[in-house]
Write a protein that binds this ligand. Sequence first.
Ligand code: FES
Length: 109
Amino acid sequence: MADGDSHDENNSQIIKLVRFFMGAKLLGQTKLVVGDTIVEHAESAGVNIPTNCTSGTCGTCMVTLLSGEVPLPDVLPPGLDEYMIEQDARLGCIGMPTTDCEIDIRPPL
Ligand code: FES
């Protein structure tokens, strides 16, 4: 039996990754779980993103989206404004990646 005893994982589904950086340094990475927040992905990757309100209000969890997609809510939360979005800011506590992402855990500045 060729592959009978191994896990029958079908490689047709490509694993997507969320990767966390500080500058050029890779801090950790984890598999994309659609519906999980950036902070939850960071925990899975062993990376700490500080949080406070966890509701999009305070901005403590602000990170920089280097690549990939983290859709914004229709109504911007108090912790984010248009200027910060232009700088690729996202809020880790409410932002949910939908594809491969690279994230710098620091806010844009
Ligand atoms: S922890 Fe307050 S905006 Fe995310």
